[in-house]
Design a protein around this ligand. Structure first.
Ligand code: GRF
Length: 192
């Protein structure tokens, strides 16, 4: 099973997945490997991490495309070079067209920093704090045409502590993301 990971920035989730794959020997069980890391930004720090590990990387910047569909078509062409069993969005900050989502239906995952269905969209941590929530967390879900909605694969919950601000909560959630995403991927690939 080839996994292609899409990033836009730090790529800490991508790094956690790569390290889990090495540590847990995914190439043996479930017979999976991270085949490529693709970013829509040339300055994504995660690209250096992937390159250091000999993982194929590519950059596709949306500036050169007239429409979302044209960008997505080129992105799909890059992805399909690796014949992926799974496409993993990890801090990938672009809205994907319905055509792209349909192409990878059932093998397209995303991680969102809230306990979906609560707090779809952006600024999830500040919104949870402002709402007086006692808990926050992250969700790995199958990607559908509707943003941040789709069958939930895995979740993790963290407490919101007195004195938390968006940054301290984000850090607590992010550490859980790094545990939850690899687990979700193994589960999905073991079912395929
Ligand atoms: C994280 O908050 C994650 O929840 C969201 O993108 C942010 C950055 O992720 N999907 P990463 O460090 O680039 O993996």
């Amino acid at each position: 099973h080839n996994i292609v990971i899409l990033i836009s920035g730090t790529g800490s989730n991508m790094a956690a997945i790569v390290q889990a794959a090495e540590r847990e020997r995914w190439h043996e069980q479930p017979g999976a490997r991270v085949a490529a890391v693709i970013s829509n930004r040339a300055d994504a720090q995660g690209l250096a991490f992937a390159r250091e590990r000999g993982i194929a990387t590519a950059v596709l910047e949306h500036g050169g495309f007239a429409t979302r569909e044209a960008f997505d078509a080129e992105l799909a062409a890059l992805i399909d070079r690796h014949a992926p069993a799974l496409v993993v969005l990890a801090g990938f900050m672009r809205i994907l067209s319905a055509g792209f989502v349909a192409r990878y239906a059932g093998r397209l995952l995303n991680i969102h920093p809230s306990l979906l269905p609560a707090f779809t969209g952006l600024h999830t941590h500040q919104r949870a704090i402002d709402a007086g929530c006692r808990f926050a967390g992250c969700t790995v879900h199958q990607v559908t045409a509707e943003l941040d909605v789709g069958p939930i694969v895995e979740q993790a919950v963290v407490p919101i502590l007195a004195g938390d601000d968006a940054a301290t909560l984000a850090a607590r959630v992010l550490s859980q993301e790094h545990l939850v995403y690899p687990r979700a991927i193994v589960r999905v690939l073991s079912k395929q």
